[in-house]
Design a protein around this ligand. Structure first.
Ligand SMILES: [Zn+2]
Length: 180
């Protein structure tokens, strides 16, 4: 496991700046099976990957969720802005995960192209062109590096918002902290 990751087994494992915030509450719901509270308004924005193995545990109405390949928020800054501006969200959890397909996709041209031909009815040449034009923008270099980079970027863009980078392990289904 990456040395920057740390397990969160009790509230004291949560970084000080996220304690007593909706980020702590998310971790309590997910990692500690905290009993659900009732919400009439969202408290948090979660940005995470589209991956089917990610299943976060939290109650109705608690959080906005933006899901995108690689947990990349680069094409979602308007949606983030909306949650902050219109719904008064002050906290964001950016949740990357282990075994993310968007890390491997630069090595998967053949299966990407042949898969689009097979499942979506694309012509091979069109699929090749699409892959070539879009892979660099959509692949991520490394889950943790990318999430830390994105965290810094969003903190620069939204300086009053608390943004926590976290990792979801698709094998044990727990959230981990990331040392910055
Ligand atoms: Zn992913």
């Amino acid at each position: 496991m990456d040395t920057r990751l740390f397990a969160i087994q009790s509230v004291s494992d949560i970084a000080q700046e996220y304690q007593n915030t909706p980020i702590q509450t998310l971790i309590e719901y997910h990692n500690f099976a905290k009993e659900f509270d009732d919400y009439t308004a969202a408290k948090l924005l979660i940005g995470t990957c589209m991956d089917n193995r990610i299943s976060l545990r939290f109650p109705d109405n608690f959080s906005f969720v933006i899901r995108s390949g690689g947990a990349s928020m680069k094409h979602h800054e308007f949606h983030i802005s909306y949650a902050l501006a219109v719904a008064n969200i002050g906290h964001i959890a950016l949740i990357t995960h282990t075994k993310c397909g968007m890390v491997a996709v630069p090595d998967q041209q053949d299966s990407f192209v042949s898969g689009l031909v097979r499942t979506a009815g694309w012509q091979k040449v069109v699929a090749e062109q699409y892959y070539a034009s879009a892979v660099v923008d959509n692949a991520i270099s490394h889950e943790i590096d990318f999430t830390l980079h994105q965290t810094r970027h969003l903190r620069g863009k939204f300086p009053e918002i608390t943004i926590a980078p976290l990792l979801y392990d698709v094998d044990d289904h727990l959230l981990y902290g990331i040392c910055e």
